[in-house]
Design a protein around this ligand. Structure first.
Ligand SMILES: N[C@@H](CCC(=O)N[C@@H](CS)C(=O)NCC(=O)O)C(=O)O
Length: 191
């Protein structure tokens, strides 16, 4: 049985929850109180952060690495495109995720000047989604799971209006039908 060391409000954990749900993998959850982190979490992850995935003696932190592991461990349904160039483009998006998270967290800290930078990044995603329905093409995948938690939180917690980014707004709406994302929306509403 897999165990996920998890926190409801953590968007990095949400990345992993979405992928576990997409793949229909059963797992146990251990909720970590981020406001009063238990000392033992440092044994699982020296950085003291969640998510951490555990399976027997195997302990793995870092959401992007966990999701790559899950993709290999549970190949069905595939969450990367079969084309290597398309997969590489998806990995590049995840590698450069900080371009979005930097202004997101700056805005969360109350730096209003970050709103414009965040808006530019949302514009970049909007352009990517002007053609295909998902970030790496015709199917929902790891890149979508990597970005969605912040977009959902930007709307609900930071009052970001997606109206200026119609393709991005359509993408969010499209993903809401998926049980993996609906669960996250419900969880956010309950925070
Ligand atoms: N790079 C990590 C980041 C994880 C992360 O920052 N998690 C936050 C909660 S959303 C955390 O555990 N924060 C505690 C801390 O920073 O000390 C990942 O992708 O998993």
């Amino acid at each position: 049985m897999l165990t996920l060391y998890d926190a409801d409000r953590c968007p990095y954990c949400a990345r992993v929850r979405i992928v576990l749900a997409e793949k229909g993998v059963q797992y146990e959850t251990v909720i970590v109180d981020l406001g009063d982190r238990p000392a033992w979490i440092y044994e699982k992850n020296p950085l003291g952060k969640v998510p951490v995935l555990e399976e027997g003696d195997f302990v793995l932190p870092e959401s992007a690495v966990i999701n790559e592991y899950l993709e290999e461990r549970y190949p069905e349904p595939p969450l990367w495109p079969s084309d290597p160039a398309e997969r590489a483009a998806g990995r590049l998006l995840i590698h450069r995720f900080d371009e979005l998270s930097r202004p997101y967290y700056a805005l969360r800290r109350g730096e209003e000047s970050a709103r414009q930078r965040l808006d530019e990044e949302l514009g970049r995603l909007d352009s990517l989604l002007a053609g295909p329905p998902f970030l790496t093409g015709s199917e929902f995948g790891l890149a979508d799971a990597a970005y969605l938690p912040w977009i959902l939180r930007a709307e609900t917690m930071l009052g970001v209006d997606l109206d200026a980014h119609p393709a991005l707004a359509d993408w969010v709406e499209r993903t809401r039908d998926r049980p993996s994302v609906a669960a996250e929306t419900a969880l956010l509403a309950a925070l």
